[in-house]
Ligand binder design. Structure first.
Ligand code: HEC
Length: 181
């Protein structure tokens, strides 16, 4: 996605980042009914930023840290597939969408066990707050599972509408528990 690799942030990208790491600005939060399509496109572009921080696991030595990073990568890959279908960059394909959904559910179910031992690595972006707020962290993982289970891909609009909650679940957890680099 070009948006993640542009060296210079436009105002729109800045808004995306704001929406992801902080609270969404007013115009992203409350779209006027006429602007729904624009809002969707913008929101979906924002969502992709979440999935595009790949290769952060290069040089990781701790196997437990590596395992949880790989699980995140799988989640991110599946999430990207769904975003690109929602944006009509790739055709909506029922079986592929279902597979992507199942991948997210499968791995999000493992988030809690994968983080259970307090593994660390120089390359890790996991914040100690995870283990200080373990129940909340597990709840955030459950939120991702539930929002992925609730994905509706009967058509593109339904997918776009239900994908927002999945992106919200990523964001809610990263905001608290993943170091911003
Ligand atoms: C319950 C919390 C939680 C949820 C939900 C969550 N993440 Fe993460 N994610 C983390 C943490 C913590 C890390 C940092 C792990 C580390 O570096 O040890 C991370 C790391 C990542 C990474 C970097 C992996 C790497 O190779 O270093 C990506 C990409 C990612 N998440 C994408 C997503 C996407 C996309 C979603 C939603 C579909 C999501 N995450 C949902 C907690 C979460």
């Amino acid at each position: 996605m070009q948006i993640a690799f542009k060296p210079v942030l436009t105002a729109q990208h800045a808004k995306c980042l704001l929406a992801i790491y902080h609270e969404p600005p007013e115009e992203l939060r409350q779209p006027k009914s006429k602007d729904t399509a624009v809002f969707r496109t913008l929101t979906l572009s924002c969502l992709l930023l979440l999935a595009n921080a790949a290769a952060a696991h290069n040089g990781v030595k701790d196997p437990n840290v590596m395992a949880r990073m790989m699980a995140m990568e799988s989640i991110a890959g599946a999430f990207k597939t769904l975003v690109s279908m929602a944006k009509n960059e790739t055709p909506l394909h029922q079986a592929k969408a279902r597979m992507a959904r199942d991948t997210i559910v499968l791995h999000s179910d493992k988030i809690t066990p994968l983080f259970e031992d307090h593994a660390t690595d120089q390359k890790s972006e996991a914040l100690p707050a995870i283990w200080a707020n373990w129940e909340d962290f597990s709840d955030r993982a459950d939120d991702l599972t539930k929002s992925a289970q609730a994905l509706d891909f009967k058509d593109r609009a339904a997918l776009a509408d239900t994908l927002g909650a999945v992106g919200g679940a990523c964001r809610a957890c990263h905001k608290q528990y993943r170091e911003k680099k």
